[in-house]
Design a protein around this ligand. Structure first.
Ligand code: NAG
Ligand code: NAG
Length: 478
């Protein structure tokens, strides 16, 4: 009676044969096996952070909420997704649809179900870095969720906000400096608590966060919405032509170009077959056609041959979609800069308010305050440059751009000191003022001492303007 073992052997050979044939199939076909969801060793983790607040910045929290929905549909568990958002949009008095956040005209609600891990003042640099390192004892407030990842795990981080050379915004102070972020990423790698980590950043000058800083050998791959010297672009805005426009009842942009492009792409494909590299190329083309901004990639580029599935999972409803590089996102040559979106919001609010109403007066005050803050910051920085380097050399020295691939500043401590010195005398840089980070970096690179900067700042700014944008009440940027 040896038919039972024979049957077992037959079944074993059969399973081996199907395994081998699967191995020889295209990677996408192999990964499409129904049981594969469970075959990826380790856990998928994600950290999502919107770095702004205020209704004029609606789009950053919309981006983050949208990403959360994609990851959940992809199969990630809520316990493995950590969300940072100020949470002042859904129930903002200016929101025409209370309790709802959308990320494109006609798009569904992306707010429902998003966990409130870190909201309000808990969205800060200290908590973000503690979450990345999985250090619960360093947290202040929040849900206590951290990246409690292990050596086989895949991590996806998505950040959306304003930025400037070498810096990413936060709705609180201080801002996040590139060197601090990269040091934490190296520490995370040294702790052996991930297999691979993918980082997507939407922000102006976001390339400067990794340029010359992110090592190629720590299993991290990053893409950024812009290179080190360009602004990134919002989309679905009130001032844009029809196909990129917001809805009439919204006076604010609903999304950001790089962010909605990767997300709308991820929603239309089977992510078991689309690679990070394919998504990067698609992003690069679409974003540059629409805005002439350069999407970039950094770190360990070999990782870009991984399929998106390893990080984002995939929506089972998309299982029969294949990767087709079709250009379904309409493009236009008109776009606006991330930094002008607040101005556009305040302008539309002013424009829409009934003549002679209290709203009109408030909105006019806001427009004037935003503009006068900008003028004050620009003029003060220019004047300091002239005081330090002379009338002719001043502008040239402040605007100097190091060759591509170089780090922004050699001494990050100096950069922070210069920012604090400026703000002490001239008031808060706030989100618009982040554009001047390169000037402060160049002041350091030219070897200017703190005492010289104190003197120049005191001369340039006799007093801090009485304006909420210039107020230092919320703290220093550095
Ligand atoms: C966690 O954070 C605390 C407080 O900042 C610090 O003292 C401790 O060294 C950190 N632990 C690790 C493992 O980094
Ligand atoms: C994908 O195709 C298979 C075979 O045609 C079909 O059985 C399945 O329902 C499809 N899946 C979806 C989500 O449409």
């Amino acid at each position: 009676m040896d038919s039972f073992p024979t049957l077992l052997l037959f079944l074993f050979l059969l399973s081996l044969a199907s395994f081998v044939s699967a191995r020889h199939a295209l990677p996408g076909d192999f990964l499409r096996l129904p049981s594969d969801q469970d075959n990826l060793p380790g856990t998928r983790w994600a950290v999502l952070l919107a770095g702004s607040n205020g209704y004029d910045n609606y789009r950053h929290q919309a981006d983050i909420c949208h990403a959360y929905q994609i990851l959940r549909k992809g199969g990630l568990k809520e316990e493995n997704i950590i969300v940072f958002m100020y949470d002042d949009i859904a129930f903002n008095e200016e929101n025409p649809r209370p309790g709802v956040i959308i990320n494109k005209p006609g798009g569904g609600d992306v707010y429902e179900g998003v966990p409130k891990d870190y909201t309000g003042e808990d969205v800060n640099v200290n908590n973000f870095l503690a979450v990345l390192l999985g250090n619960k004892s360093a947290l202040t407030g929040g849900s206590g969720k951290v990246l409690n990842s292990g050596p086989d795990d895949h991590i996806f981080i998505f950040y959306s906000d304003h930025g400037g050379p070498g810096v990413l915004g936060m709705p609180t102070h201080p801002y996040l400096y590139a060197n601090d972020l990269n040091e934490v990423l190296k520490k995370k790698h040294a702790s052996g608590t991930y297999k691979r980590l993918v980082f997507y950043i939407e922000a102006c000058e976001s390339g400067s966060i990794f340029e010359g800083l992110l090592p190629e050998d720590i299993d991290i791959y990053a893409t950024t919405a812009a290179n080190a010297i360009e602004g990134s672009a919002p989309t679905y805005c009130p001032s844009l032509p029809a196909e990129h426009a917001s809805l009439p009842e919204y006076t604010t942009c609903l999304g950001d170009l790089y962010s909605v492009t990767w997300m709308e792409d991820s929603e239309k494909h089977n992510l078991q077959t689309e690679t990070l590299q394919q998504q990067y190329e698609l992003l690069r083309e679409r974003v540059s056609v629409s805005s002439r901004v350069n999407v970039m990639q950094y770190g360990d580029i070999d990782i870009s041959s991984d399929v998106l599935f390893q990080y984002l999972g995939t929506n089972p409803a998309n299982e029969n979609f294949t990767f087709v590089d079709e250009n379904y996102l309409r493009s236009s040559s008109k776009s606006i800069n991330q930094r002008d979106a607040d101005l556009i919001h305040f302008w539309h609010k002013f424009h829409k308010a009934p003549e002679g109403s209290a709203h009109k007066i408030t909105a006019q005050k806001q427009v004037l305050e935003v503009m006068s803050h900008r003028i004050h910051i620009d003029n003060s920085v220019q004047l300091i440059g002239k005081l330090l380097f002379g009338i002719e050399k001043g502008p040239e020295t402040l605007n100097k751009v190091r060759p591509a691939g170089s780090v922004l500043v050699d001494d990050w401590g100096c950069l922070k000191t210069m920012v604090r010195t400026f703000e002490t005398h001239c008031g808060s840089l706030s989100q618009y003022g982040m554009k001047h980070m390169r000037s402060f970096a160049n002041i350091c690179n030219a070897g200017i001492k703190k005492e010289q900067m104190v003197e120049a700042s005191a001369q340039a700014c006799v007093s801090i303007p009485a304006n909420p944008w210039s107020s230092l009440q919320r703290g220093f940027s550095a």
